[in-house]
Ligand binder design. Structure first.
Ligand code: ATP
Ligand code: MG
Length: 425
């Protein structure tokens, strides 16, 4: 395999996690091959701080587990071992091999009739593992001991050319795992890279395959797409490739029909990106409230035409759009409940009621609801006077704002969570 020696790459050893080095050393010391792989190598070659470290090895999950006291085997689709080292978790995966039509291993490799991979635990060689990865820039292996990068698929060239290129035949790879289309967009947006033409062209034809993906996995992907500091470019690229509808069909439709909604959501994304860059907390509840608002508002307008009063129309529309969206990506209740509260508050804020003014101001969702109102005003949706009113009230009663109870659903979504929580809706 083509190897890039220390002299020809610029990886700064200080950016490498000590834990990842210890894990590769322990595996190599026990006679196995072990490399840092994937996004960490990509980021190191770009001179960036990797957000987490993955290790690939020819040791099996059981053998890995035998070497590390603090480790557990997780996952079904891909069995991986989480090795805990201090505060860090290193994800260790055994080289995967081709699954093809190998009927000899029905328990380890299964494909649906549409080519979707259901299980993928066939072990392979380093070369085979390379070919199973998604993008050329994500398929490089680094040996921290020898300080050598293994680059079988010219990933370094694509990094230099700033190109996102899927490995192998794009249609076949998207069929195996349609989430790869979202990953192509995510990395193109995050790195400001171009998408190689064949990688790009196959997306349009394969986009409907995302319907087969479990809603819980798509919500995980939603967080990676929008909560990692590059939500705004990601949003526009998803729209351009007709992929937003895979995540939230009714919102994608409303946004596509009305450019002012698109502008509004784009502003919400840009604000969230800025908060992430500043290290301030962000909540998926607010972003979801903004992203799905175009659908809620459109639906509520239809219900109002049938003489439903405004607050009831927003409540019903909110309920319907939440249920519809959860069919494609399951939003956990801890986010969908505050999201709906933010929508429901819009009507109260628009009314500028003096009655219960202090309750409204001190409510735990007031700030988020006001922020959404601001975005709506900027989009020219006729709520400017409500914005002035609530801006003035906050100036008069600064200590009241959001004083009821702190919102507890803000987190840093850039950090890998040790255990995947089951969505509770
Ligand atoms: P990030 O910076 O978001 O962590 P990453 O490239 O490390 O980026 P992960 O989701 O952590 O992304 O995946 C680790 C590696 O596993 C990837 O770099 C890629 O090689 C491989 N991989 C992940 N998802 C897929 C997939 N759906 N199909 C093929 N390979 C994948
Ligand atoms: Mg990673």
């Amino acid at each position: 395999m083509p190897a890039i020696p220390k002299a020809n790459h610029a990886i700064d050893p200080n950016l490498i996690s000590r834990a990842a080095i210890r894990v590769t050393q322990r595996l190599q010391g026990a006679g196995y091959e072990a490399y840092i792989v994937g996004g960490a190598v990509r980021d190191l070659l770009l001179g960036a701080h990797p957000k987490d470290f993955d290790v690939a090895t020819n040791a099996t999950p059981e053998q890995i587990k035998g070497l590390f006291r603090s480790s557990r085997i997780i996952g079904r689709r891909f069995q991986i071992v989480h090795v805990r080292d201090g505060r860090e978790i290193i994800e260790v995966t055994t080289y995967r091999g081709p699954h093809g039509s190998d009927d000899a291993q029905p328990a380890t490799s299964r494909q649906s009739d549409k080519g979707l991979l259901l299980r993928d635990n066939v072990y392979g060689t380093l070369e085979e593992d390379t070919a199973r990865r998604d993008l050329t820039i994500n398929a490089m292996y680094y040996d921290p001991g020898k300080e050598v990068v293994l680059d079988q698929l010219a990933g370094c060239e694509d990094l230099d050319a700033r190109l996102i290129r899927i490995i192998g035949d794009p249609t076949a790879r998207y069929r195996e795992d349609p989430v790869r289309m979202l990953r192509v967009i995510r990395f193109a947006a995050k790195l400001s890279f171009d998408i190689e033409p064949k990688t790009k062209e196959a997306i349009r034809e394969c986009a409907p395959l995302l319907e087969e993906i479990p809603a819980a996995r798509l919500f995980d992907e939603f967080l990676k797409l929008f909560m990692a500091g590059h939500g705004n470019p990601t949003f526009h690229m998803l729209l351009d490739h007709d992929l937003l509808s895979a995540l939230c069909p009714s919102a994608a439709e409303a946004i596509t029909k009305d450019p002012s909604f698109k502008g509004m959501v784009s502003m919400a994304m840009a604000n969230t990106d800025q908060r992430v860059k500043d290290g301030r907390p962000v909540t998926p509840a607010f972003l979801l409230a903004a992203l799905l608002w175009p659908a809620v508002k459109t639906r509520a307008s239809q219900l109002s035409l049938r003489d439903m009063p405004p607050s009831q129309a927003i409540n019903s529309a909110g309920q319907q759009i939440t249920a519809e969206t959860c069919q494609s990506m399951s939003i956990p209740k801890r986010f969908s409940i505050p999201m709906r509260e933010i929508w429901e508050l819009q009507v109260r804020l628009e009314r500028q009621q003096k009655r219960r003014l202090k309750d409204t101001l001190s409510g735990r969702r007031f700030r988020a609801a006001y922020d959404l109102l601001l975005l709506r005003a900027e989009a020219g949706h006729g709520v400017e006077s409500a914005v002035s009113f609530w801006t003035e009230q906050q100036r008069l009663y600064p200590d009241l704002v959001g004083s009821a109870k702190p919102a507890d659903d803000r987190q840093n979504f850039n950090r890998r969570r040790p255990r995947r929580r089951k969505p509770d809706s």
